[in-house]
Design a protein around this ligand. Structure first.
Ligand SMILES: Nc1nc2c(ncn2[C@@H]2O[C@H](COP(=O)(O)OP(=O)(O)OP(=O)(O)O)[C@@H](O)[C@H]2O)c(=O)[nH]1
Ligand SMILES: [Mg+2]
Length: 194
């Protein structure tokens, strides 16, 4: 459930960018942060390791319209994709309303993508969430790579049906805002103030 703040008249939705190491999660967030006007964005917090890869999370709120007098706010987070940050990944999924699963389209990363997707589902289940009814958008990033996975390969491997899919080249900003739009719609369409 999103966090409702009646004093501020705000509804806060948490969206997590999940996926294997180096798939382009941070690149997505950096691009979104860059193109949003100052009016709509908060500060981006990044914590890098000595190896210059994301250690913890980046987040910023984006205000977008209203629902019944409540303004909507999105908090966007990335998880660290490296294997050894399993604990951080689990914590970061807590309270999430939706996930953008950033897959790496490089042909040799099918297994990394599917393993991380299964780990995500396991994390959701351990929180009592049914992954099949949880909003997830599958973003095939790095569409500029060759050879690359065909659209549909990941879903087929995982037996997923009806998952919204987008294509992107995050380093060029292509498909990044579209993906954010799709996950936003998925989340908001499931939400009503009772
Ligand atoms: N060719 C190509 N490279 C990309 C694309 N998106 C991101 N990259 C590159 O992939 C590398 C990893 O990108 P990040 O955004 O740091 O990946 P990440 O998923 O945040 O990685 P971790 O935080 O380590 O899990 C960087 O060198 C990016 O420039 C893309 O669409 N195409
Ligand atoms: Mg990162």
């Amino acid at each position: 459930m999103p966090h409702l703040d009646p004093t501020e008249k705000q509804i806060v939705f948490k969206i997590v960018y999940f996926g294997p190491g180096m798939s382009g999660k941070t690149t997505n967030l950096r691009y979104i942060h860059k193109v949003l006007t100052n009016k709509y964005k908060g500060e981006m917090l990044v914590l890098d390791t000595e190896k210059e890869r994301t250690l913890f999370f980046d987040f910023f709120p984006v205000s977008l319209g209203t629902i019944q007098g409540y303004s909507l706010k999105f908090h966007l987070y990335t998880i660290p994709g490296q294997i050894f940050y399993e604990a951080s990944r689990k914590i970061l999924l807590v309270g999430a309303e939706g996930v953008v699963f950033v897959a790496d389209s490089s042909a040799d990363r099918l297994r990394d993508n599917t393993e991380m997707f299964m780990a995500m589902n396991e994390n959701l289940r351990s929180q009592g969430i049914d992954p099949s009814s949880f909003p997830v958008v599958l973003q095939y990033n790095k569409r500029d790579c060759n050879p690359r996975l065909s659209i549909g390969e990941i879903e087929r491997e995982l037996g997923l049906e009806n998952i919204p899919v987008t294509e992107s080249i995050a380093i060029e900003g292509k498909g990044v805002m579209k993906t954010l739009q799709v996950i936003s719609k998925e989340i908001i369409s499931r939400f009503q103030i009772s």
